[in-house]
Design a protein around this ligand. Structure first.
Ligand SMILES: [Zn+2]
Length: 224
């Protein structure tokens, strides 16, 4: 029972590690900036306050640009914000959400943003390190489009953390069991002890003098 619980916890931890590794892989290598037609939604909050959200989705990685505007003219067919968009101080950020199948980690780029023709966000000069909740991977020179920033996020999105970990844990378990089984088969074929790989020259009848595999009744019970 205790052993079972230990195994469960171990594989959940391993599943969580795989989950983070997958998310970081997507955050570092996938490029949501290249999405041709981003999703755009806008919502009027007050007379001179409009919230605009753009989502650029690729496999395993979503980039969300959130901006507050005083005026916003949107090209309905393309979903792009035209040049006549004035950003106002407020909840302005570019956020990365990475992970698969669900997004599991996120971080925000809090640089001052300036939404232009294709919802491109320009990094302002006066922000040294605007990343919140992430490790910066690529620097952002002044004037570079914000889509190109890269960071390894470490803020959890809990639904993704739980669901992905539960999905990855049995996967890690299956791989581990398959590996151990395969190693056993290979060792047996080579005439080695299946437990410690000591060379038995193909004679398994006497057990293993090195590790005691199949040697004594007691040992046999222990290794089960
Ligand atoms: Zn052995």
């Amino acid at each position: 029972m205790k052993r079972c619980l230990f195994k469960l916890v171990l594989f959940l931890v391993l599943g969580a590690i795989v989950n983070v590794a997958v998310a970081w892989g997507f955050a570092a290598w996938s490029a949501p900036a290249n999405v041709e037609s981003p999703e755009f939604t806008s919502r009027k909050i007050a007379e001179d306050e409009i919230e605009g959200v753009t989502r650029l989705r690729v496999f395993g990685h979503t980039r969300v640009h959130h901006g507050m505007f005083s005026q916003l003219i949107v090209d309905g067919t393309m979903g792009h914000v035209l040049a006549t968009a004035w950003i106002v101080p407020g909840d302005n950020y570019s956020e990365t959400r990475a992970g698969w199948p669900l997004r599991t980690l996120r971080c925000r780029n809090l640089a001052e943003i300036d939404m232009g023709g294709r919802m491109s966000i320009t990094i302002s000069a006066n922000t040294a390190n605007p990343i919140e909740g992430g490790i910066v991977l690529s620097p952002f020179p002044t004037g570079s489009p914000a889509q190109s920033w890269r960071a390894l996020p470490y803020q959890p999105i809990w639904t993704g953390v739980v669901v992905n970990t539960i999905l990855y844990a049995p996967l890690v378990w299956i791989l581990t069991v398959s590996f151990l089984k395969m190693r056993r088969v290979i060792r047996r074929k080579r005439g080695l002890c299946v437990k410690c790989a000591y060379d038995l020259r193909g004679d398994f009848s006497a057990g293993c003098p090195e590790c005691g595999w199949r040697r004594a009744e007691k040992d046999a019970q222990q290794t089960g």
